[in-house]
Every structure is written in structure tokens, then in C-alpha cells.
Design a protein around this ligand. Structure first.
Ligand code: CAA
Ligand code: NAD
Length: 295
């Protein structure tokens, strides 16, 4: 089986840029596709900042940062990913969008190329079925922020071959990550448990249980979590969380996955969290201030 040398990444938002960063740092030539140069410029700036932090903290030699940046290239053309040995998709959480990209790439990629999705909530089978490489299709679910979070859930579908799963698992390890094997159920392991908790925190705001900062403080200081749930929602992105909740609710028909109305209102208003500048908190100030949601 071909050795993995060249990595393709579809999407360079929060997750795609982090995945591209760790792949390039681990020594892979990495090609990243997104829809515009403005988006890559933002992703490249974020990657440069993150690598600089890692160098500053003594976690990465300065020479490795330069080498990683040289291995990274950006494109708007899916064809530029055709020579990749593995392609990791990290575009918006939308099945039709993901499948259109996978179908386009399926006709271009070599027979040994592995396709992987970083989806939070879709089943991998729903994407694998749109291609002719169901045996070479896995889930590789990274965590935000990718350069710092050690876990990758490696997901085997009913059609993934044992060889593909083994290669994907070894690839995750080669990125310096700690892989775990997960079944192809919506939300895998972490989001099955994390998403109801995050949605419950929004329901707690809706019900006036406590203020936003006090809910965050309570979970940080009472449970030792690194971030409170509303800060974490801003960090993940409220738009992404809303899509995840819709998908998981459609899959399980369980109330705990239902998107709370406040989440929907905030997304409609463009309060998508840290990436849009405002969510539960306003990030234009340091430290961030509370957004008045009128509740
Ligand atoms: N790149 C490099 N370094 C970074 C960085 C980045 N992107 N972000 C932060 N850092 C560094 C900081 O410089 C800092 O370094 P020192 O400790 O040496 O000073 C260190 O990392 C810690 O950062 P901070 O002090 O700013 O903040 P922190 O102590 O709160 O740590 C955190 C940040 C690691 C993000 C931590 O808050 C955390 O673990 N939060 C929870 C994240 C989480 O739960 N992620 C999962 C989300 S769910 C998901 O991803 C799945 C899904 O499908 C939705
Ligand atoms: P994001 O909104 O930050 O980025 C999505 C990117 O996809 C954007 O840059 C957008 O321009 C790009 N995109 C849209 N259409 C495209 C196309 N046709 N071709 C190429 N790129 C296109 O979202 P994100 O948070 O990075 O999430 C991406 C994926 O990762 C989703 O499936 C999400 O569920 C999953 N995920 C998110 C998190 C998180 O904490 N945010 C964690 C793990 C997994």
C-alpha cells in the first residue's frame, strides 16, 4: 500500500486550518482547498500565529516552523488535491456540500487515496455511499483547537476495510495525536456526550438558572473544566453547534439533541461566537465582555 506523503485538506476554517497545521508540522506536504484567497490568508495568518506560540513556548523548534510553512499550499481548485494520499474534509457541517466535494474528488484521486471526514455529527456512511471508495473511507474527528487537543476519533463504517482503518489510525498517530476507535454513530463518542451538555447550558440560560458568566464559572470551578460551556460554545461556533444539533436530533429524535430556540435566534443574528467576534461574549475587548441578549 502507498505510503502517505501528501495530505489534502478540504476547508480551512477553524478545523481545516488546524488539521493542515498539524499535518505540515508532522512532515507531510499539505494542500488546502477553500473557496477564496481571503479565507486562506486568514487561515495562514492563524497558522503562523499558532506555530509562533508553540515556538515561543519551546514546544516546537523554530526550524520546524519554517519547514512546516514551506510544506503548506493553498488552492481554490479541487483538482490540486488529486495527487494526495489522504484527503481530510473539514468544510461546513452540511451533507450535500461534503458529498458534492467527495464526488468531484472521487473521479480525480488515485485508487489508493483514503478519504476522511472530520464531521462532528454526520455518519461517515452517508458520505462514503456517495463515492465509489466505501472501503477507503473513514472518519478522522479532530478536536478544537487542533494543535493542542491530543484526541482523534478514528471511525470505521460498515464498508471501511481493515487495512484502511489501520492506515488511518497510524496516520493519526503520526500527527502526534492519540487515536481512539469509534463506531459510526452520529456524534461518535465525544459529541454524543458533549452536545447534550452544551445544549443544556443554553437551556439553563433560557430558563434564567443563572447568568452566563456564573454558569461558566460554576462548571469551571465546580467540575474543573478548562472552559465553561458558554465560552466553549463560542469557541466551537454557534452556527456549527446549531447544525450539529439539527443533525443529531434528526438522527436520534431525542429532546436532549434538540437545538434550543435561543441558539437559533443567535445564529440568525450572526452571533456565531469567537469567529464572528460575538456570541455569548464580545471578543472585541480583552478580556471579552458579556453580550446583552435581552434575557
Ligand atoms: N496554537 C498554539 N498554542 C495555543 C493555541 C493554538 N491554537 N491556543 C492556545 N495556545 C497556547 C497558549 O499560548 C497557552 O500557552 P501556555 O500555557 O504555555 O501559556 C496554552 O496554549 C493555553 O492557552 P490559554 O492560556 O490561552 O488558555 P487555556 O489554558 O484555557 O487553554 C485550551 C486553552 C487548550 C483551548 C483550553 O481552554 C481547553 O482545553 N478548552 C476546552 C477545549 C475543548 O473542549 N475542545 C473540544 C471542543 S468540541 C470539539 O472539538 C468537537 C466537535 O466536533 C465540536
Ligand atoms: P468553519 O465555519 O470554521 O469552516 C468551514 C470552512 O469550510 C470555511 O472556511 C468555508 O469557507 C469552507 N467551505 C465551505 N464550502 C466549501 C467548499 N465548497 N470547498 C472548500 N471549503 C469550503 O467550520 P469548522 O468549525 O472548521 O468546521 C468544519 C467541520 O469540522 C464541520 O464538519 C464541523 O462539524 C467539524 N468540527 C468542528 C469542530 C469545532 O469545534 N468547530 C470540532 C470538530 C469538528
Amino acid at each position: 500500500m502507498t505510503e502517505i506523503k501528501r495530505v489534502g485538506v478540504l476547508g480551512c476554517g477553524l478545523m481545516g486550518s488546524g488539521i493542515a497545521q498539524v499535518a505540515a508540522t508532522a512532515g507531510y506536504d499539505t494542500v488546502v482547498r477553500d473557496v477564496s484567497k481571503e479565507i486562506w490568508d486568514r487561515a495562514r495568518a492563524g497558522i503562523e500565529k499558532s506555530l509562533a506560540k508553540l515556538v515561543e513556548k519551546g514546544k516546537l523548534p523554530a526550524a520546524n516552523r519554517e519547514a512546516a510553512l514551506k510544506r503548506l499550499s493553498f488552492t481554490t481548485a479541487t483538482t490540486d488535491l488529486k495527487a494526495c494520499d489522504i484527503v481530510i474534509e473539514a468544510v461546513t457541517e452540511d451533507l450535500a456540500l461534503k458529498n458534492a466535494l467527495f464526488q468531484e474528488l472521487d473521479g480525480l484521486s488515485g485508487p489508493a487515496t483514503i478519504f476522511a471526514s472530520n464531521t462532528s455529527s454526520l455518519t461517515i456512511a452517508a458520505m462514503a455511499a456517495a463515492t465509489k471508495r466505501g472501503d477507503r473511507f473513514v472518519g478522522l474527528h479532530f478536536f478544537n483547537p487542533v494543535p493542542l487537543m491530543p484526541l482523534v476519533e478514528v471511525v470505521r463504517t460498515v464498508t471501511t476495510s481493515a487495512e484502511t482503518f489501520r492506515r488511518a489510525f497510524a496516520f493519526a498517530r503520526s500527527l502526534g495525536k492519540e487515536p481512539v476507535a469509534a463506531k459510526d454513530n452520529s456524534g461518535f463518542i465525544v459529541n454524543l456526550l458533549l452536545v447534550p451538555y452544551l445544549l443544556d447550558a443554553i437551556r439553563a440560560v433560557e430558563h434564567g438558572v443563572a447568568s452566563v458568566p456564573d454558569i461558566d464559572k460554576a462548571m469551571q470551578l465546580g467540575c474543573g473544566y478548562p472552559m465553561g460551556p458558554l465560552t466553549l460554545l463560542d469557541f466551537v461556533g454557534l452556527d456549527t453547534t446549531y447544525k450539529i444539533a439539527e443533525i443529531m436530533f434528526a438522527e436520534y429524535r431525542e429532546q436532549r439533541y434538540a437545538p434550543p430556540p435561543l441558539l437559533k435566534r443567535m445564529v440568525i443574528a450572526g452571533l456565531n461566537g469567537r469567529k464572528s467576534g460575538k456570541g455569548f461574549y464580545d471578543y472585541s475587548a480583552d478580556p471579552p465582555t458579556l453580550v446583552d441578549l435581552g434575557i
